[in-house]
Write a new protein. Sequence first.
Length: 354
Amino acid sequence: MAERIALITGITGQDGAYLAEFLLARGYTVHGLRRRSSSFNTGRIDHVLHDPHEHGVPLTLHYGDLTDSTNLLRVVQETQPTEIYNLAAQSHVAVSFETPEYTANADGLGTLRLLEAIRILGLQKQVRFYQASTSELYGLVQEVPQRESTPFYPRSPYAVAKLYAYWITVNYREAYGIHASNGILFNHESPIRGETFVTRKITRAVAAIVSGVQEKLFLGNLDAKRDWGHARDYVEGMWRICQQAEPGDYVLATGETHTVREFTEKAFARAGRTIAWQGEGVEEKGVDRASGDVVVEVDPRYFRPTEVHQLLGDPTKAREQLGWRHRVSFDQLVEEMVDADLEALRRHNAGVRI
Ligand code: NDP
Ligand code: GDR
């Protein structure tokens, strides 16, 4: 079999780490784009990194940035990938309201820069391209559940940038015959999820509160509904999309939706704790403020200027065409994340380096 070479942008992020592991296990040579940072940022992939002085290491990192065209051209030229997974992004929706121009540059134009690199280098027939599209494209929801044909209505600078990336991927497929696909992925989480996304913020707080190092948890909109799956399942879906004879656009989702409130309750229940809710809007929901032993307070600072209230995906096309379905249930996801954060804090408190 010809050598399979993958280039992963965003390899130091949650999905990049799981995807690198997945591809290495399948015999790929993997190249990853990493950003220069003043502190180490390879914590999620250290376990698959080799000493670069060794011969024939299967994973190589290259410094780079999606805002730097010449760098992307050089990395694509040097690595000659057969598959490119464009996972790099300023991926935080709330942060995109603070950094809209940068988010547009990295998440929108960054995708164009990579597609142009493929075209300029004449790799149209050699490379398969995967774009990390998102359920945030559905934003102000036009249809429930959301499927590939559901109209988009983005509600944040992040989602608007990703809308450009989605369509430029479709355009380069149609204009230049590139095997370029969009995975429209609904939220997926894991124990290595970024610490400021709501699931991980909650599971870290469970550990910190149970251990007595944090008093209470502040959250924003408790009523937001998300279709949450496990990142490990979703990176397999990305790979399956790239293995299809024809490129296409696919929703990957669980087909179940839960509120932030439900996630919070389940997470604390896993540690044997109940919640006393406090703050704006809590009483209208008929929630008994006094009943729990852990205080979770609604803090409007975490509200977004425009919110995505409800996401629920229909993964039928992925199931039928890719043979993909999620394996980890909502309850299993919550349990795995809480247990991992409890264990990490226990090891930390015991003086073990985590
Ligand atoms: P993370 O935020 O965990 O990782 C993002 C990655 O992109 C990191 O490696 C980060 O580097 C890198 N990055 C950020 N900006 C740049 C830049 N300008 N140039 C190069 N690299 C950059 O995201 P996830 O792993 O959760 O998500 C992966 C992709 O999938 C993202 O594009 C995200 O928008 C999208 N997505 C995610 C979903 C989810 O639920 N997780 C759902 C749908 C789509 P560093 O480590 O240095 O910060
Ligand atoms: P999201 O994820 O915006 O869906 O984007 P996030 O976990 O940040 O928010 C989910 C929902 O929870 C509400 N929320 C809070 N969110 C955060 N971060 N912090 C809080 O304290 C808090 N309280 C309530 C939010 O308002 C929102 O409704 C993620 C990212 O991974 C994107 O890159 C990806 O495209 C989408 O998922 C699919």
